[in-house]
Write a new protein. Sequence first.
Length: 136
Amino acid sequence: MSNETLATQEGTKKEVQTSGAERLQARKAYIPRTDIYELRDEIMLVADMPGVDENSVDITLEKDVLTLEGLVESPNFNDYQLSYSEYGVGDYRRQFTLSNEIDRDRIEATVKNGVLTLRLPKANFAKTKKISVKSL
């Protein structure tokens, strides 16, 4: 395995930069790593949000901004005290700007095992259309 491949696999979690905005909770928030796939009839967005389930994720669409937020419960250590941790626990937040090619009324979201999947159907005018050619 080359060093270049290893470097892309060992990424660290990036913390959200608030740029002057105040958060309601004094907890860290991370940017979830996200893959975006363009299919023929839809855009599929897959975000890694470990610790998030359907009750702790919030997705909003205001104007053209799609916002993903996930709240993660802090671990509760009853019988012991954590003395060292390499994995930062925190919430998730990420925003995307959507084009007018997305049919906003048909967006669907599912979450399973901390992986959030959004299906963003393309509007009818944005779908690829095959134009037949006739001979004269």
